[in-house]
Ligand binder design. Structure first.
Ligand SMILES: NC(=O)c1ccc[n+]([C@@H]2O[C@H](COP(=O)([O-])OP(=O)(O)OC[C@H]3O[C@@H](n4cnc5c(N)ncnc54)[C@H](O)[C@@H]3O)[C@@H](O)[C@H]2O)c1
Length: 398
C-alpha cells in the first residue's frame, strides 16, 4: 500500500482522487493540501482523507505522506517538486512538467540527484485506445511510422490562472500541445531526436495575450513528422483524436466525441455528463468510465508498480522535459515563422540517424513505385529506372 498526498483540490486533484479511490485499490490518499481551507475540508470529506492542510510543506513532510501527487497550477510545480526533494518524498507531477524546459530540467535533475522516484502524469499516453495503438505500432503492424498527428481542442480551460500567460507558461500549446507532442513521440519512438519545429499560433477569439489556437509540425531525426493541433476556441465539446500513418498501415483513434456511445436528451437534467460538454440537451456523446477513458487509472497503476519495483515508469520527468523543449521551439517558430531547432542540451536517446532508404526492387534495373488493379481488371505497375530515373508503367491485361 502506498500512502499518498495530493497537492491541489481543484479539477485534476479531484479527478486523480476519483481514479484512486472507490476502485478497491490498495493505495490510499492520506493527506490533502489546498490553498483554501474550505477546499481542503471539502476534499477530505468527499474522499475520506484523514489529514488536510493549507500549508504545502507541512502536507509533504507529514509522516503519512509516502508519495506526493502534484495537481497544482503550472507556476507552482517547481516549488512543489523542490519541497518533495527536500523531504525525500517520491513525487508524481501533472502535465506540463514545467512552464519552460529550464524549469523542467531543474525538476528532473533535482529528483535524480536526490535519488527520489519521479513520474510524469501524462494520462493521455495511458488511455485504453492509446495503449492498444502503441502496442500495434511496436509490433510492426503499421510498419515504419511516417507521421503521427494528435489533436486536442475544447472551448477553453476552467480556471483563471490557465489564461494568464505568466502563470501557465503560454496558452493552448503548453496546456494541450504537451499531450499531443508526447503522444506523437511515443508513436515515433521516444529515443528518436526531435530536431526542429514549425508552428503557427494565433489569438483568434479570446481577449488574452497567449495563443488560443495553434498547429505545429515536429521533425524527427529519422525523417518522421509529428503534428499537433490545439485550440481553446473549438465549439462542440472536447475533441481528442490521434492518427498514425506508417509504411504498412494506418491507425485512427477518436477518444471523446465519437466513442460509439450516443445519447439524446430533451434536457430534463442539467447535471455533469462529461468533461467540457457544452450542452446538456440534444445529442450527447458520453464516455463509459471517464477516469479510465482518460488514462488516469492505468497511469497510476504504472506509476505505483514502477515505484515498488524500483524501475522507471512509462512517463518520466525526463519525458516532460523533452516535451517542454519541443514546446519552447514551437513558441519561437510561431514568432519567427521559420523552422526552429529543438534545444536539448540533455539528450539521452539515439543520435546520428538518417531517413532510411527502403525502396522495393522490381527487377535488376527498376525500383517499384506502385502496383494497382484497375476497374477493367488490368494490373498496372509503375516503375523507375535505377540508372536513367525514367518513370514508366507496364500493364498486364486481364
Ligand atoms: N489531463 C490532465 O492531465 C490535466 C487536466 C487538467 C489539468 N491538469 C493540470 O493540473 C494542474 C492543475 O490544474 P487544475 O485544472 O486542477 O486547476 P484548478 O484551478 O482546477 O485547481 C488548482 C488547485 O491548486 C490550487 N492553487 C491555485 N493557485 C495556487 C498557488 N499559487 N499555490 C498553491 N495552490 C494553488 C487551487 O486552489 C486549486 O485547488 C495544472 O498543471 C494543469 O495543467 C492536467
Amino acid at each position: 500500500m502506498i500512502k499518498l498526498c495530493i497537492l491541489g483540490g481543484g479539477f485534476i486533484g479531484r479527478f486523480y482522487a476519483e481514479s484512486l479511490i472507490g476502485r478497491r485499490g490498495k493505495d490510499e490518499v492520506k493527506v490533502i493540501y489546498a490553498r483554501r481551507e474550505e477546499t481542503a475540508v471539502r476534499f477530505a470529506k468527499d474522499y475520506n482523507v484523514p489529514h488536510f492542510f493549507t500549508d504545502m510543506e507541512a502536507a509533504i513532510a507529514h509522516p503519512e505522506t509516502e508519495m506526493v501527487i502534484i495537481a497544482l497550477p503550472n507556476y507552482v510545480h517547481e516549488e512543489a517538486v523542490h519541497l518533495c526533494v527536500k523531504h525525500k518524498k517520491a513525487v508524481l507531477c501533472t502535465k506540463p512538467l514545467g512552464r519552460t524546459p529550464e524549469e523542467a530540467l531543474r525538476m528532473t535533475k533535482a529528483c535524480e540527484d536526490a535519488g527520489i522516484f519521479a513520474g510524469y502524469l501524462e494520462d493521455l499516453c495511458y488511455t485504453p485506445k492509446f495503449s492498444k495503438s502503441l502496442a500495434s505500432v511496436k509490433s510492426g503492424a503499421i510498419g515504419r511510422v511516417l507521421w503521427a498527428k494528435s489533436r486536442e481542442t475544447h472551448p477553453g480551460p476552467h480556471s483563471d490562472w490557465f489564461w494568464d500567460m505568466e502563470k501557465a507558461g503560454g496558452g493552448a500549446i503548453v496546456d494541450m500541445g504537451c499531450h499531443c507532442i508526447e503522444i506523437s513521440r511515443n508513436f515515433i519512438g521516444k529515443d528518436i531526436l526531435p530536431v526542429e519545429v514549425m508552428c503557427w499560433a494565433d489569438t483568434q477569439v479570446k481577449p488574452i495575450d497567449a495563443e488560443d489556437h495553434a498547429i505545429g509540425l515536429v521533425k524527427y531525426e529519422n525523417g518522421a513528422i509529428g503534428q499537433f493541433e490545439v485550440s481553446w476556441t473549438f465549439r462542440g465539446g472536447m475533441d481528442l483524436r490521434d492518427e498514425v500513418m506508417g509504411t504498412e498501415g494506418t491507425i485512427w483513434v477518436n477518444s471523446w466525441l465519437r466513442t460509439g456511445f450516443e445519447m439524446f436528451t430533451s434536457g430534463n437534467t442539467d447535471g455533469y455528463l462529461v468533461e467540457k460538454a457544452e450542452s446538456s440537451s440534444g445529442w450527447q456523446f458520453p464516455v463509459g468510465d471517464e477516469a479510465h477513458e482518460l488514462g488516469y487509472t492505468s497511469m497510476f497503476i504504472d506509476m505505483f508498480e514502477a515505484y515498488e519495483k524500483g524501475i522507471q515508469p512509462q512517463e518520466t520527468f525526463y519525458d516532460g522535459y523533452v516535451v517542454n523543449a519541443i514546446i519552447d521551439a514551437a513558441y519561437k517558430s510561431a514568432k519567427t515563422k521559420i523552422w526552429e531547432q529543438v534545444k536539448l542540451p540533455e539528450w539521452r536517446g539515439q543520435t546520428g540517424l538518417t531517413k532510411p532508404s527502403v525502396f522495393t526492387e522490381y527487377d535488376a534495373d527498376h525500383w517499384l513505385i506502385k502496383e494497382e488493379l484497375l476497374p477493367n481488371g488490368d494490373k498496372k505497375v509503375i516503375l523507375k529506372n535505377k540508372l536513367s530515373n525514367e518513370i514508366l508503367e507496364k500493364v498486364k491485361m486481364s
